[in-house]
Design a protein around this ligand. Structure first.
Ligand code: RTP
Ligand code: MG
Length: 142
């Protein structure tokens, strides 16, 4: 089923000039970029985005990390996009991530793990709407 998912290239990966490499991996996996923007999250934006993790021990360091530099946010479209995107990304902990995944190749730790990907249809819808309006999303005509 044609699906949309939400993706972030986190500050560690943007800082290491990995945007092109990571976009290449998405496109090679059959995921098309249908909206994209670079921004530097405010503390309020980061806390709102990660609200589900509020109160967890890693929350404050996560907010500090996510506001430490610019990020790229994008909407990806493709067959089974949510699962495919998470497959290309790899496990949260880079030590557990399969060889050849983005996190296996580029994540320094569980926290500084290069990318984010929505984990369900519900979170994809919420996360896309958090950063993009309907007019930002470009329908592919070819
Ligand atoms: P994401 O949401 O970024 O795609 O990552 P995920 O689903 O694989 O991981 P999740 O459990 O949703 O956690 C969100 C982000 O919080 C940081 N984290 N740090 N134990 C820790 O120090 C810890 N656990 C999670 C990571 O940056 C993770 O991607
Ligand atoms: Mg998550």
């Amino acid at each position: 089923m044609l699906e949309r998912t939400f993706s972030i290239i986190k500050p560690d990966a943007v800082g290491r000039n990995l945007i092109g490499d990571i976009y290449h991996r998405f496109e090679n996996a059959g995921l098309s970029i249908i909206a994209a923007r670079m921004l530097h999250l405010t503390r309020e934006q980061a806390e709102g985005f990660y609200a589900e993790h509020k109160g967890k021990p890693f929350f404050d360091p996560l907010i500090k990390f996510m506001t430490s530099g610019p990020i790229m946010v994008q909407v990806l479209e493709g067959e089974d996009a949510i699962r495919r995107h998470r497959e290309v990304i790899g496990a949260t902990d880079p030590k557990k991530a399969q060889a050849g995944t983005i996190r296996a190749d580029y994540a320094a730790s569980v926290q500084q793990n290069a990318v984010h990907g929505s984990d369900s249809v519900t979170s994809a819808e919420r996360e896309i709407a958090y950063f993009f309006s309907d007019e930002d999303i470009c329908i592919r005509t070819r």
